[in-house]
Ligand binder design. Structure first.
Ligand code: NAP
Ligand code: G4F
Length: 334
């Protein structure tokens, strides 16, 4: 019998890492995930993978570590000898990156070099996926594609630009299969609660249940291209199965404002968002990314990848999941 493919996922406890782990286990991979020691439980998104009878959870192995620790990354790549590495760990919150710019530069930028260096010295045939982002395009006008110039508008965006270029440089300098997925915003019931879509759908659920009467928010006019996270992790996997290493945009091509997402989410619960939403300047950013709308034609042509779920359906999926959670549904259902 052929040896199972081994994957190493950093950021396995996050939104994307949890879907990636689930999809790889379903494909028969042996999955190794990097987890940080935390004083409180941080595995809510992956715990069900050990217990779901339809998922071979015995093939999921967790290892303590931090991507800023170069020695630990070298040790893990040496011990695990993965066929594929998905580098999804990051300080991923744009607003927080203005408060913690140096830490963000280390966790979201330089840490990528730690993993690339480990792969370069251990085995250059290991395939490497870097979680690049539409935030790198920042102030460049839409539609944005693989040829759009970078113009980051936050310490987070600037750190991701470093990771993008060092990934590309290692591909060219050392003939490594190292690729960037330039992913536009993607959401799901597993989205962190302080990102705008989840903040909205969780608030709708709490308002429906009588637990909340107000929702405090920042800039409601920015435009985002929101897709559905499990489709995007499938796109990441496709990038690492390609014949040649290359960089790809993943996006829906649709454009909705924050006000539009409020409308979709509140209306799904029979509510009018104007009755609940209030402005708090603390949620504004020193510099904003006004308009992100992606063009994913290259991924469609070369990977056969295309986004299917658009914001009207996405908002319903997320509101329904948040209401179900408050009704006691188990995490593994989402
Ligand atoms: P997320 O939910 O915030 O997850 C981030 C993950 O990184 C968590 O598992 C977190 O661990 C881990 N992490 C953070 N700092 C770390 C460190 N120093 N060492 C080890 N692990 C660390 O993010 P996501 O939405 O899944 O996004 C995944 C990746 O794609 C990120 O790199 C993000 O920047 C990028 N991205 C996301 C989007 C999007 O729309 N979601 C779009 C483009 C790119 P803890 O659980 O311990 O905090
Ligand atoms: O949901 P957000 O925090 O996501 P943002 O900044 O677009 O970043 C996300 O997508 C990137 C891909 O483009 C990823 F790389 C990144 O890791 C992250 O996943 O904010 C979206 C928009 C912003 O314009 C923000 O100013 O919503 C606006 N907003 C308005 N009120 C708010 C709020 N954002 C948050 N988080 N909280 C608010 O109260």
């Amino acid at each position: 019998m052929a040896e199972a493919k081994r994957a190493f996922i950093t950021g396995v406890t996050g939104q994307d890492g949890s879907y990636m782990a689930q999809q790889l286990l379903e494909k028969g991979y042996e999955v190794h995930g990097l987890v940080r020691r935390s004083s409180s439980f941080n595995r809510g998104r992956i715990d069900h993978l050990h217990h779901d009878e339809h998922i071979p959870g015995q093939n999921l192995h967790l290892h303590y570590g931090d991507v800023t620790d170069a020695a630990r990354m070298h040790q893990l790549v040496t011990e695990l000898r993965p066929h594929e590495v998905y580098n999804l760990a990051a300080q991923s919150h744009v607003r927080v990156s203005f408060d913690e710019p140096l830490y963000t530069a280390e966790a979201t930028g330089v840490s990528t070099l730690n993993i690339l260096e480990a792969i370069r010295s251990v085995d250059t045939s290991i395939r490497f996926y870097q979680a690049s982002t539409s935030e790198m395009f920042g102030a460049s006008p839409p539609p944005q594609n693989e040829d759009t110039p970078f113009y980051p508008r936050s310490p987070y965006g600037a750190a991701k630009v470093y990771s993008y270029w060092i990934t590309k440089n290692y591909r060219e300098a050392y003939d490594m299969f190292a690729v960037n997925g330039q992913l536009f915003n993607h959401e799901s019931p597993r989205r962190g609660e302080t990102f705008v879509t989840r903040k909205i759908t969780l608030a709708v659920a709490n308002i429906v249940k009588g637990n909340q009467t107000e929702l405090w928010m920042g800039n409601l006019d920015s435009i985002r291209d929101w897709g559905y996270a499990p489709e995007y992790t499938d796109g990441m996997w496709r990038m690492l199965q390609a014949d040649e290493p290359d960089d790809f945009v993943l996006a829906t091509g649709s454009a909705y404002t924050i006000k539009d997402f409020l409308e979709l989410s509140f209306a799904h619960a029979g509510l009018d968002w104007h009755d609940y939403v209030k402005f708090d300047p603390k949620f504004l950013r020193p510099t904003e990314v006004d308009e992100l709308i992606g063009d994913a034609s290259k991924a469609k042509n070369k990977l056969g990848w295309e986004a299917k779920v658009l914001p009207p359906e996405l908002a319903k999926i997320m509101v329904d999941a948040d209401i179900a959670r408050l009704d006691g549904a188990k995490e593994g259902q989402f």
